[in-house]
Design a protein around this ligand. Structure first.
Ligand SMILES: NC(=O)c1ccc[n+]([C@@H]2O[C@H](COP(=O)([O-])OP(=O)(O)OC[C@H]3O[C@@H](n4cnc5c(N)ncnc54)[C@H](OP(=O)(O)O)[C@@H]3O)[C@@H](O)[C@H]2O)c1
Length: 162
């Protein structure tokens, strides 16, 4: 079976979203997202797709929805996380890109997590689902300070599990 990755940015209180959007401006995180996901399938919930509002170039978007009649030109549609993963075919590293509902469904199938830990506690209405971190090994980490394009200090972390 191919590997499956998950990519997420979360505050220290696990908040990942507010009012259907991201709670911060972190251009370095968006660049990392683009670099890692380019050329791959990206699996996202219908609400996250609505929030992005367009297909991201250079990637194949798989939208997960319960709606049997949902259509989106240029995207693949799945009615379950299992179907979404199957639609990624021979891609050697599809990415689960959220939001919380889709992370929760996908975590049992994920082999690596690309986490941007945003070093703040922030208000929000959507949180990263619980992850059993004891099962995961931190294999890469780099930390950065806030600047004019990134509103908080942040760390890029990569975790794997066998
Ligand atoms: N910080 C980050 O890295 C990050 C990443 C992504 C998203 N976000 C944020 O997260 C928030 C959105 O997350 P969310 O949890 O509200 O929504 P979501 O996971 O993006 O999408 C939820 C939708 O997925 C579909 N769905 C859920 N369970 C399903 C199942 N079992 N089978 C088939 N379809 C299913 C449903 O679509 P239908 O209603 O169409 O049936 C549901 O409404 C936004 O604020 C966004 O900005 C943050």
């Amino acid at each position: 079976m191919n590997k499956l990755a998950m990519i997420v940015a979360a505050a220290e209180n696990e908040v990942i979203g507010i009012n259907g959007d991201l709670p911060w401006q972190l251009s370095a995180d968006l660049r990392r997202f683009k670099r890692l996901t380019m050329g791959h399938h990206i699996i996202m919930g219908r609400k996250t797709f609505d929030s992005i509002g367009r297909l991201l170039p250079g990637r194949t978007t798989v939208i997960v929805t319960r709606q049997s009649d949902f259509v989106c030109d240029g995207a693949l549609i799945a009615n379950s996380i299992e179907e979404a993963i199957a639609l990624c075919g021979e891609d050697d590293l599809p990415f689960v890109t959220g939001g919380a509902e889709i992370y929760r469904l996908a975590i049992p199938f994920v082999n690596e997590i690309h986490l941007t830990r945003v070093h703040t506690e922030i208000d929000g209405d959507t949180k990263l689902p619980e992850i059993e971190w004891n099962d995961w090994t931190l294999v890469e980490e780099s930390s950065f300070q806030k600047d004019e394009k990134n509103s908080f200090d942040y760390s890029f972390q990569t975790f794997t599990r066998s």
